[in-house]
Write a protein that binds this ligand. Structure first.
Ligand code: F6P
Length: 353
């Protein structure tokens, strides 16, 4: 029998497209006569943390969300109920409380929209008896189970637009602009936006780079007409990336190396930061989000739970929501994509394959 009440939550870092999932789920639930409840701030709403609530997500309440960035439910990267920090700083497991709270509210299935961390939590909550359907999202595109994750297309577009703008000013001043982009430990955003935005060099964690080789590539570009260069650096190309206050960012490290090797070059560093996660989702993200919202509700309605949606073009395909399915992936240095970038003359700061 189809559930009468479904919950939906967004967890981890926000990304463009989350709201479009909420809207699509609300529309599909309405059609099927299922009540949809939004759980605020990851799973916090079910634990009554702060002012996080569980509230009805109706078609009317979600009508304006298709093109809005962020998430109307709010989210958190610190709300792991399985490793909850209590007042004394100790870790406690509140997973069973989440399951009990959902049951008390009559929530029969939870659609959980999140990255690898959120989906691992979802898998465990499912194992403990709260039926789950996972929807992968992350601008980092580092989830191995899916062709592209929700949020990634918009992040690539934002970075591409930024590179277009930065190139005009680099060209005007004959400068080298080193642009740091997000991606956590993976170089997907740097690679795809770097190609789309005409970068001269792309530095990613998956391809070890060498200061001398990068400097040679930049020097070669500066020796050509209209001398300037754009170097895109993935944040993960230098570790640790988590504590920005304790170590210089990846782009600053690259810039220091270039400054030493090319003392006459005029260098500037731009870090795009959270710009990459904000604002209007692209058509590709809206489409993926809308399809995932519908498919997640359809699966829940048929009782096909304990699954993770993956995009295997042209279809959204459900795979078991198990730890084995929730693995991260980086760029394959031997892929056709990297080869094509090299063949376009883009340097990876190495001496080639
Ligand atoms: O995982 C998404 C992401 O934006 C990463 O690219 C980045 O390293 C991290 O989150 C930033 O986290 P926060 O928003 O907590 O600073």
């Amino acid at each position: 029998m189809a559930p009468r009440r479904i919950g939906i939550a967004t967890g981890g870092g926000d990304c463009p497209g989350l709201n479009a999932v909420l809207r699509a789920a609300a529309v599909r639930c309405h059609t099927l006569g299922i009540e949809l409840l939004g759980i605020e701030s990851g799973f916090d709403g079910l634990l009554g943390v702060g002012d996080a609530r569980v509230l009805p997500l109706t078609v009317e309440a979600t009508a304006d969300l298709l093109d809005r960035g962020g998430t109307a439910l709010g989210t958190t990267s610190r709300g792991n109920p399985l490793r909850w920090r209590d007042g004394a700083g100790a870790f406690v497991d509140r997973g069973d409380e989440v399951v009990a709270s959902a049951r008390t509210r009559g929530i029969e299935v939870v659609i959980s929209v999140g990255g690898d961390g959120t989906q691992r939590i979802s898998a465990e909550l499912h194992r403990r008896g709260l039926p789950m359907v996972g929807v992968p999202k992350t601008i980092d595109n580092d989830l191995a189970c899916t062709f592209e994750s929700l949020g990634f297309p918009t992040a690539v577009q934002i970075v591409t637009d930024a590179l277009d703008r930065l190139r005009t000013t680099a060209e005007a001043h004959h400068r080298v602009i080193i642009v740091e982009v997000m991606g956590r430990d993976a170089g997907w955003i740097a690679l795809e936006a770097g190609i789309a935005g005409g970068a001269d060099a792309i530095i990613v964690p998956e391809v070890p780079h060498d200061g001398a080789a990068l400097a040679a590539a930049v020097a070669a570009r500066l020796a050509r007409p209209r001398p300037h260069a754009i170097v895109v650096v993935a944040e993960g190309a230098r570790r640790p990336v988590r504590d920005a206050s304790a170590s210089p960012g990846a782009a600053v490290a690259v810039a220091r190396g270039l400054a030493a090797a090319l003392p006459h070059a005029e260098l500037r560093v731009t870090t795009l930061g959270h710009l990459q996660r904000g604002g209007t989702p692209t058509a590709a993200d809206r489409l993926l989000a809308s399809r995932c919202g519908v498919e997640a509700v359809d699966l829940a309605a048929r009782g096909e739970v304990g699954v993770l949606l993956t995009w295997q073009p042209p279809d959204i395909v459900a795979v078991p929501l198990e730890p084995d399915a929730i693995v991260t992936r980086g760029v394959d240095p031997d892929s056709q994509l990297v080869r094509h970038a090299r063949e376009l003359g883009i340097s990876f700061g190495d001496t080639g394959p």
